[in-house]
Ligand binder design. Structure first.
Ligand code: ADP
Ligand code: MG
Length: 260
């Protein structure tokens, strides 16, 4: 079998004796959209922090394309091709949507595209390509109309879309999104889902997504891992995990019991 793009192997992490993650394992295949779900406080964001190098972990290993990345600094892991968004990460409000997109790409090269744009011709060609890519992504996200608006003027839903767009602008192969649709109007969630799938299809990037909304997960993800109290609880297709009695009990709880 091919090496998965990301392999988390028996990862454990404690905070002053509290086991936030215990022996958690998961795999993300190249080009897939994988969901990570579970009740509040079950360790999802902690797992993202450990995988992306923002937190050291106590035991286990994280491999990216087979390379162990445990102990590496976040910028080194990002350079290998793995980036993450934060639960409340946002764009620079006093810059336009398009400028924010270009800045996101600049984070990778260490160069500010807008400044570079005004400089050397060789760089200018590269920047023209970036501009094209930014416009294409904004089109997919239906943000073309607001490309020249200040990011601070966008609606909450549009800000979430911009955060998604900025993540896709990075040169990363694996994009980890922490609750990208949190607070998004439920009627927009379906659209959000189709945009994520569109971005995947067009860019060939791989996504690992933390999301509470089961509709989002079912619509967007090829495969889902469920955590409970810092441990693996279940995994499979969205349909499979939603039928798993352990998931119904722990994750969906009373709400589902009432529906059943
Ligand atoms: N830096 C930290 N210090 C101490 N405890 C933490 C820290 N980060 C997270 N935790 C605890 O670890 C558990 C998992 O948190 P988190 O990963 O944020 O959960 P989730 O993202 O699934 O809601 C929670 O009980 C949380 O309080
Ligand atoms: Mg979280």
């Amino acid at each position: 079998m091919a090496t998965p793009l990301l392999a988390v192997e028996r990862l454990s992490k404690s905070f002053s004796g509290f086991h936030a993650l215990q022996d958690v394992s998961l795999e993300v295949g190249e080009g897939s959209i994988v969901g990570l779900v579970g009740p509040n406080g079950c360790g999802k964001s902690t797992l993202f922090n450990c995988v992306s190098g923002f937190l050291p972990f106590d035991a286990g290993q994280v491999r990216f394309r087979g390379t162990p990345v445990g102990g590496m600094a976040p910028h080194r892991i990002a350079r290998l091709g793995l980036v993450r968004t934060f639960q409340n990460g946002h764009a620079t409000k006093r810059m336009t949507v398009l400028e924010n997109m270009l800045m996101a790409a600049g984070g990778q090269t260490g160069e500010l595209p807008l400044q570079a744009l005004l400089r050397r011709p060789a760089i200018r060609m590269q920047q023209t390509a970036l501009l094209g890519r930014a416009r294409e992504i904004l089109e997919t996200l239906k943000l073309t109309r607001v490309a020249n608006e200040y990011a601070g003027n966008l609606s909450g839903g549009q800000q979430k879309l911009l955060a998604l767009g900025r993540a896709v602008m990075c040169d990363a192969d694996l994009i980890m999104l922490d609750e990208p649709a949190a607070g998004v109007n439920p009627t927009l969630v379906r659209e959000f889902v189709s945009m994520v799938r569109d971005l995947r299809d067009r860019s060939g990037k791989t996504f690992l997504i933390i999301e509470h909304d089961m509709k989002f997960i079912s619509g967007a993800c090829d495969h889902v891992f469920v955590l409970s109290a810092g441990r693996n609880l279940s995994s499979g297709t969205p349909a499979q995990v939603q039928r798993d009695p352990r998931v119904l009990e722990v994750y969906l709880g009373k709400r589902h019991a009432a529906v059943a």
